[in-house]
Ligand binder design. Structure first.
Ligand code: FUC
Length: 341
């Protein structure tokens, strides 16, 4: 494994470092201290063309101007919290509102726009970037000083292991994920509509029109939400299923992961395959329904369905699942394997 460290730019008087990691397996991953954003993943296709498979920019400025959470770590709490408030032992904590009346992805000043500290560890076959951040008590309304680290370990087998760790000095809630938008076609040549997705999930959470879980878990069987045996994403979108229409034409739903096999995303044309293994009980599958079209991404016009997110996490909205006790260690791992078929 090789890596190169650069300074991408300066923000609020602080230099922002970027890291470029090169595997012997022919893949390349670039990430930076701002938001722990994965800015690029280069991967060969079955014909040997090495191209980028995530949505991202080359400059810090573009991330500041427009980023629908491209490639970042979201926290303290991924997804939506109803009415931007929750209760711990009779005390109500009010969070910042940034999605109507609700809190989305930790609030406007969430982890996605923090400049994290970073350190590197390297062996012959792996490079680890260790990002850390101390989120102060009360930040965006969340209780407890939260000491967070996120580790990206990339190896010669083209595997990325993301480890999330956090400890708080007060009972709080935590739900962390990575918000990379994947598009396996390479350099955004096509939308993700003909990608085939396999989800080891037999139930998903119904959403209301504010995209909040209603509390109902719906069996996928007989619906376009059944990705258990693999399904092209376009099928679901063309189906006219009311849940897909309500979220803006596609998917934006938490799926409960209840089978011991990986999530798999496959692009038939390029032969590129992504497998995700996680310790988390759910994944939010977001098919990029709300991607704006008023800017370009490395020369390609942004558009709806240009990328999709597979956000492994605790089921959003189920507040009881999100509590972290004082001094308890939050530890969660998700592995991404980039391969060819
Ligand atoms: C995903 C979705 C949300 C939102 C955000 C940018 O996490 O669940 O609806 O659009 O990304």
């Amino acid at each position: 494994m090789e890596f190169i460290e650069t300074i991408l730019g300066t923000l609020d008087g602080k230099e922002v470092k970027a890291y470029n990691l090169k595997s012997a397996g022919g893949a390349e991953l670039t990430c930076m201290e701002y938001g722990c954003i994965i800015t690029k993943i280069n991967l060969p296709d079955r014909y040997g063309n090495t191209e980028n498979i995530v949505l991202g920019f080359d400059t810090l400025e573009e991330y500041l101007n427009h980023s629908p959470y491209f490639g970042c770590v979201v926290g303290r709490s991924a997804g939506r919290i109803k009415n931007a408030a929750f209760e711990i032992e009779g005390v109500t904590y009010k969070l910042s509102k940034n999605d109507g009346e609700n809190n989305l992805h930790g609030g406007p000043n969430g982890f996605h726009q923090v400049i994290w500290d970073s350190a590197v560890e390297k062996t012959d076959s792996e490079v680890k970037i260790i990002f850390s951040y101390l989120s102060p008590n009360g930040e965006e309304g969340f209780p407890g000083n939260l000491d967070v680290s996120v580790i990206y370990a990339f190896n010669d087998q083209n595997e990325l292991l993301i480890t999330y760790k956090a400890v708080s000095d007060q009972k709080t809630i935590v739900n962390l994920t990575n918000h990379s938008y994947f598009n396996l076609s390479g350099n955004l040549k096509r939308t993700i509509l003909e990608h085939e997705l396999t989800l080891p999930s037999d139930r998903f959470l119904e959403l209301d029109d504010a995209l909040l879980p209603t509390g109902r878990m719906i069996p996928v069987e007989g619906t376009v939400f059944d990705f258990q045996k693999g399904r092209r994403i376009s099928e679901g979108i063309e189906s006219g299923d009311p849940q897909t229409i309500m979220v803006g034409g596609g998917f934006d739903h938490p799926f409960l992961l209840n089978q011991k096999r990986p999530i798999c995303l496959f692009d038939h044309e390029s032969g590129r395959k992504l497998e995700i293994e996680t310790e988390e009980p759910a994944v939010v599958f977001y098919s990029g329904n709300m991607l704006p079209d008023d800017f370009s991404i490395r020369g390609v016009q942004s558009q709806k369905h240009l990328g999709l997110c597979l956000e492994t996490q605790k089921p959003p909205g189920m507040m009881d699942a999100l509590f972290l006790e004082k001094n308890q260690v939050y530890l969660s791992k998700t592995k991404y394997r980039f391969a060819l078929v």
